[in-house]
Design a binder for this molecule. Structure first.
Ligand SMILES: Cc1cc2nc3c(=O)[nH]c(=O)nc-3n(C[C@H](O)[C@H](O)[C@H](O)COP(=O)(O)OP(=O)(O)OC[C@H]3O[C@@H](n4cnc5c(N)ncnc54)[C@H](O)[C@@H]3O)c2cc1C
Ligand SMILES: *[C@@H]1O[C@H](CO)[C@@H](O)[C@H](O)[C@H]1NC(C)=O
Ligand SMILES: *[C@@H]1O[C@H](CO)[C@@H](O)[C@H](O)[C@H]1NC(C)=O
Length: 427
């Protein structure tokens, strides 16, 4: 975009090129906002596991850039990819009992209207997004250590000893964000990412093997297995050629420095021993007993400070118990791209107002997602206060929570933020 006439007297510097950073960059480029990206890794990369995105983020995608939604829809797996399962097209998950007298029975068919379950392999999505980014705006191997702000600019310090000067910075550098640490030094010390009280075992099975283990319907229809103190989750990816599977365990403490640690097969088998026939059978076939600690971000007081903002997991890393983390990064990117792309925003000083408006609108929602995601872990482990293993209450609570998560007026958020921005501009 270097050759576009500069209607914007600033360049947005993005630190971190995960899903959040790339979606934001694409949204800004489409609005002719100059962008630069610094990424710590030697190349853009994601692990090959699955990702599920809910209806609100799905509606936000084309508003960021229609190409993002086209890419997503072209890669996505739905229940209609399994012949004979077209009538599950609008199903999000079937919820199946993994303990109690009804073990193995279906508690409910949870719908996500209108899109149904849509999943993909993370690496496929990231690779396709990368194709929309001009290579000359990206520098790899640049791991931010800290940044320093003056009245006129922000200096970035990288761990290779180099520095760079930016007009403004958006930290999309994930749960261990250095941008956040520099922006909120005191608060970051008190509010480090914290262990959420759960760890997981994860793998991807071939569909053939999955069908052999749990039968056709359980393999092909996305399923959450709810049990006492643990839950299992499976969903097809890659046009139903593969199935993403995870077992999540409630466990108060995590006494290890690493977030992913090798464990013994017998630990894994013991963890699954009370989880009903399907989960037990799947875990017996899992190749890797590594435990993944699930961390989350305590709520912080702001996502912005003058010329610096944070987005995605850097601001509000969530547990995955309602599949909403990446979706929140996409919703953030939509609001921020709309504000920075506004024809009225031309000077770096205008961006300060835009950042404040972004914080006003995005912080309450994304923090509530973090809280509700954590509660969902208890819901799925049949121990949420007031719900427990009561079938009617489980159904009602699920529906209520997902309605809140999914029924967002995504363009309304951007318009609300635009109004806030012009209020800030007038003072
Ligand atoms: C087990 C699990 C399952 C999940 N499942 C789902 C799901 O089904 N659906 C869903 O919506 N969400 C899910 N999530 C959440 C989702 O993965 C995250 O919310 C999403 O990846 C966040 O994207 P991001 O771009 O903000 O951060 P990240 O993906 O963490 O990207 C950060 C980027 O910044 C780079 N970086 C880091 N530090 C620096 C630095 N100092 N300097 C420069 N660059 C740096 C990194 O290399 C990386 O490229 C899940 C999370 C977990 C843990
Ligand atoms: C950054 O800001 C400082 C102080 O405000 C100024 O002295 C310096 O020249 C600026 N650097 C660039 C590259 O604009
Ligand atoms: C542009 O900004 C000015 C100054 O705050 C404001 O008065 C005006 O209404 C804005 N215009 C639009 C189209 O938002």
């Amino acid at each position: 975009m270097g050759s576009t006439p500069p209607s914007k007297k600033f360049t947005v510097t993005i630190v971190g090129g995960g899903i959040g950073g790339l979606v934001l960059a694409i949204g800004l480029l489409r609005r002719n906002v100059p962008v630069r990206i610094y990424e710590a890794a030697a190349a853009f990369a994601e692990i090959g596991l699955g990702l599920s995105i809910g209806p609100a983020a799905h509606r936000a995608m084309p508003l960021v850039d229609p190409q993002i939604r086209e890419i997503y829809d072209s890669l996505v797996t739905t229940h209609a990819d399994s012949p004979g399962y077209e009538h599950f097209r609008q199903t999000w998950f079937e919820i199946v009992w993994a303990s109690g007298p009804q073990e193995g029975d279906t508690l409910m068919n949870l719908k996500a209207l209108p899109s149904g379950q849509t999943t993909l392999r993370r690496a496929d999505f990231l690779d396709a997004l990368v194709n929309l980014i001009p290579p000359e705006i990206v520098q790899f191997g640049k791991r931010l250590e800290s940044l320093q702000e003056t009245a006129e600019n922000v200096t970035l310090h990288f761990d290779d000893g180099t520095t760079a000067v930016a007009d403004l910075v958006v930290g999309c550098d994930g749960i261990k964000s250095k941008v956040k640490e520099s922006m909120l030094p005191e608060e970051s010390k008190q509010k480090k990412p914290q262990y959420s009280g759960m760890y997981a075992y994860r793998t991807v099975f071939d569909m053939d093997e999955m069908v052999e283990i749990v039968g056709d319907q359980r393999a092909r229809v996305s399923t959450m297995y709810v049990g006492n103190g643990a839950y299992g989750i499976s969903y097809p990816i890659m046009r139903a050629k593969k199935v993403n599977f995870g077992l999540y365990m409630l466990s108060e403490k995590w006494d290890h420095d690493e977030w992913v640690r090798p464990a013994k097969r017998e630990d894994m088998l013991r963890d699954a021993s009370s989880m009903g026939r399907y989960v037990k059978a799947l875990v017996e076939r899992m190749p890797d007993p590594s435990q993944w600690a699930i961390f989350e971000h305590p709520h912080i007081s702001t996502y912005v400070r003058s010329r610096v903002a944070i987005l995605g997991d850097a601001a509000h890393a969530s547990t995955p118990h309602q599949g909403a983390g990446a979706g929140q990064a996409i919703e953030d990117a939509h609001v921020l791209a709309e504000l920075l792309g506004d024809s009225n925003v031309t000077e770096p000083e205008h961006v300060v107002a835009a950042f404040k408006a972004y914080d006003d609108v995005r912080r309450p929602r994304s923090q509530r997602v973090v809280t509700s995601s954590k509660e969902n872990a208890y819901l799925l482990c049949l121990c949420l206060d007031g719900v427990g293993d009561d079938a009617d209450k489980l159904k009602e609570t699920w529906n209520k929570r997902l309605r809140w998560l999914w029924d967002l007026d995504v363009q309304g958020q951007a318009e609300q933020a635009r109004e806030r921005m012009s209020e800030y501009r007038q003072v």
